[in-house]
Design a protein around this ligand. Structure first.
Ligand code: FES
Length: 110
């Protein structure tokens, strides 16, 4: 099985953490499996913007962003060029590791 490392950094100042992600797992899955708080109001079906994250490195290991994902990112707080929805960031298992910045988990939009 192909795996990559995901390093999570936090806007609220928590120390960073690195975890292994298997091909097919989303950034949201890996966060929740490791007790990292990342909101997911719609349950991970690209129906909200609360799982908003910033991809600092490794975007080439993620699927292309969809129009629907882009629409929800527009509703997130402080969207940037490297914004993604954590539940849509499904690891493809290339060799590139990911670095993800988790926004402070409050006032994240709808
Ligand atoms: S959890 Fe709702 S879009 Fe990701």
């Amino acid at each position: 099985m192909k795996v990559v490392n995901i390093t999570f950094k936090f806007q609220d100042g928590q120390p960073e953490q690195t975890h292994v992600a298997a091909q097919g797992e989303s950034v949201l899955d890996v966060a929740l499996n490791n007790d990292i708080q990342l909101q997911h109001n719609c349950g991970g079906v690209c129906g909200c913007s609360t799982c908003h994250v910033y991809v600092l490195r490794g975007e080439s290991d993620l699927p292309e962003i969809s129009d629907k994902e882009e629409d929800f990112i527009d509703r997130a707080v402080n969207p940037r060029i490297n914004s993604r929805l954590g539940c849509q960031c499904v690891v493809q298992g290339s060799s590139e590791d990911l670095v993800i910045l988790i926004p402070t988990q409050e006032f994240l939009g709808h």
